[in-house]
Write a new protein. Structure first.
Length: 461
C-alpha cells in the first residue's frame, strides 16, 4: 500500500490570526496559548487519512478539508486534548488538502496550519450492492472481513466498514505472507478490533496499528473478550492416535493481553471420544493438516456462571463446560444429553439466557432432509430436565442454503443481524421475520462474519 506521509520533527509555532479565520470569517486574535504541534498526517487507505497532533489540555482543533485545488469545507471539530482525527469515506486515488486551526472559542483561533497535500491510494475493496434499502435500521457501520479465492488471498488481509447505503467509510488492507484473510471481527470497548488474521489473533486500532498479536498458538473462528483484559478463543489441535492420523481437532485458550502464553487451556480430545465422528467430514483432510474431526466454530463464556459453551460443527453438538475444571456438564444435539436433530453443521450460537439460544442452522448433511435448507432458530432448553425445543424459526421462500459459514448478531432494538457468507449477503431481520435491509458482496467474494458498530465510534476515534 502506498502511503503519503510527512511528520514535523520540530514544533510548528503558529502566528496569531488578525485577519480572516476559517471560511473567510473575521476572527479575534487569540490570547497567548500553547501552539499546535503536528505529529503525523498520512493516507492510511483509499478511504481514510489520519492526522495527529500533540495534545493540548484546553481548546479545540478545527479541521477543514479541500479536494486538490477546490475550496475548503469544515469537516470536524476535535478537542485539542484528543490529539487525533480519522477522516472517513474519502475517494480513492484523490488528492486532499487540510488546514488545522487551534481555537479557544468559535472566534478566537490561531492562524490555520496548512498541511501538505495527501493522496489516497487505490482501493483494495470491491463495491457492495444494497438489495433492500434500510428501513428502521440503526445509524451504524457494518464491519467485516473479505475472503476470496484469488492467488494472493492468503497474503492479503482486508476489512471494510460500510454504512447502510453501501458507502465504504473505512478500509483496512495489509499485504504480508500468510496474513490473510480476515475472518473473525469483534468490536472492543476501547474502540479497537479483535480480529482473526488467517489463523492468528491480532488486536487492531482503527488506524491499522497492531496493538497486540498472540503467537503462542493458532486462533480461529471465534475470539471473545473477557474481563480484566483477557480473551478466549478457539485453537487448532493436530495430533495422531491409533485411529489413524494425523487428526485435526480443536482446543480453547484464555490469554491475557500482552502475554505470550495462555492462562487456561482445554482440548476436545481429552473429553470427546475419537470414535464420535462424522464419516463425511472425517474424509476431508482439512488444510492438508489432518482429518476434519470436530471443527469447532464458536464459543461463549458466561463468567458469572463459570461456564463455557462451544459449538462442535461436525458432531452437531453444543457442549457446556465447567470453568476452570473443563469438565463437560451437558451436551445438546446429536448423540448428546438432549436436543437430538435440532440443528445440522450449525454456526454461531448466541445465548440469550441460561435457557435460550439462537443458532444459525446451516443444514449441511441434515439427516433425512428432502432438500437442503438453512434457517435461524431459537431453542428453549432445560439442561436439568434434558429437554430442548425450537420456539422460533426464520426461513425464506424459497429456502436459502448456506452449507458453511454464518453468523448472528443482536441489534440494540432486538433485530437479528445475519451474515450469510456463502451466499455473499448480510441482512437484518425483525422478530416478526420482516427483512428490513440487505447488502450483497460481488461474485468471487464472501465473508465469515459481520458486526455493526455505531457510527459515532468511528467519528469520535
Amino acid at each position: 500500500m502506498v502511503h503519503r506521509y510527512f511528520s514535523l520533527v520540530s514544533a510548528i509555532v503558529l502566528s496569531f490570526g488578525s485577519g480572516c479565520g476559517p471560511e473567510g470569517t473575521a476572527s479575534t486574535q487569540a490570547p497567548h496559548t500553547p501552539s499546535l504541534v503536528l505529529r503525523q498526517a498520512s493516507a492510511l487507505s483509499a478511504r481514510n487519512i489520519k492526522i495527529s497532533w500533540e495534545p493540548i489540555p484546553s481548546g479545540r482543533v478545527r479541521i477543514d478539508r479541500a479536494r486538490a485545488d477546490g475550496p475548503f469545507e469544515h469537516v470536524a471539530n476535535k478537542a485539542a486534548s484528543h490529539g487525533r482525527f480519522l477522516d472517513l469515506a474519502l475517494t480513492p486515488e484523490t488528492t486532499y488538502r487540510y488546514r488545522l486551526s487551534y481555537c479557544l472559542t468559535d472566534t478566537a483561533c490561531h492562524a490555520p496550519l496548512m498541511l501538505e497535500p495527501l493522496t489516497t491510494p487505490k482501493t483494495r475493496l470491491p463495491a457492495f450492492t444494497i438489495d433492500i434499502p434500510p428501513e428502521g435500521t440503526q445509524d451504524d457501520i457494518v464491519v467485516f472481513g473479505i475472503e476470496t479465492l484469488d492467488p494472493d488471498a492468503l497474503d492479503l488481509a482486508r476489512m471494510a466498514g460500510v454504512d447502510r447505503q453501501g458507502i465504504i467509510i473505512w478500509e483496512y488492507a495489509r499485504e504480508k505472507p500468510f496474513l490473510g484473510p480476515v475472518t473473525e471481527v469483534h468490536w472492543l470497548e476501547d474502540r479497537s478490533l479483535a480480529t482473526g488474521h488467517s489463523s492468528f489473533f491480532v488486536k487492531l486500532d482503527l488506524d491499522g496499528t497492531e496493538l497486540y498479536r498472540y503467537e503462542g498458538n493458532t486462533a480461529h473462528h471465534d475470539i471473545d473478550p473477557l474481563s480484566n483484559g483477557r480473551f478466549i478463543f478457539l485453537t487448532f489441535d493436530a495430533f495422531a492416535d491409533d485411529l489413524g492420523g494425523p487428526i485435526l481437532g480443536d482446543g480453547i485458550e484464555i490469554v491475557q493481553e500482552g502475554q505470550s502464553f495462555p492462562s487456561w487451556t482445554w482440548r476436545a480430545r481429552d473429553h470427546i471420544p475419537r470414535t464420535d465422528r462424522n464419516p463425511v467430514d472425517w474424509e476431508n483432510f482439512l488444510f492438508g493438516i489432518g482429518h476434519d474431526w470436530t471443527h469447532a466454530n464458536a464459543l461463549t463464556m458466561d463468567e458469572e456462571a463459570n461456564k463455557i459453551y462451544v459449538n462442535i460443527r461436525n458432531l452437531n453438538r453444543i457442549y457446556c463446560l465447567d470453568y476452570p475444571s473443563g469438565e463437560v456438564l451437558w451436551v445438546m444435539g446429536d448423540g448428546g444429553d438432549f436436543g437430538q436433530g435440532l440443528f445440522a453443521h450449525s454456526h454461531d450460537p448466541v445465548f440469550l439466557s441460561s435457557h435460550r439460544v439462537l443458532v444459525f442452522d446451516n443444514g449441511a448433511l441434515r439427516p433425512e432432509a428432502t432438500h437442503d435448507y438453512s434457517r435461524i432458530i431459537e431453542i428453549e432448553f432445560d439442561a436439568a430436565a434434558r429437554h430442548a425445543e425450537i420456539v422460533w424459526e426464520y426461513r425464506e421462500t424459497p429456502d436459502f442454503f448456506s452449507f458453511a459459514q454464518g453468523a448472528i448478531g443482536i441489534q440494540p432494538n432486538g433485530n437479528l443481524f445475519v451474515t450469510d457468507g456463502i451466499n455473499r449477503r448480510i441482512f437484518e431481520v425483525t422478530r416478526d421475520k420482516n427483512k428490513i435491509w440487505q447488502m450483497r458482496l460481488p461474485p468471487g467474494t464472501w465473508t465469515y462474519k459481520s458486526i455493526t458498530v455505531p457510527r459515532s465510534e468511528f467519528e469520535d476515534w
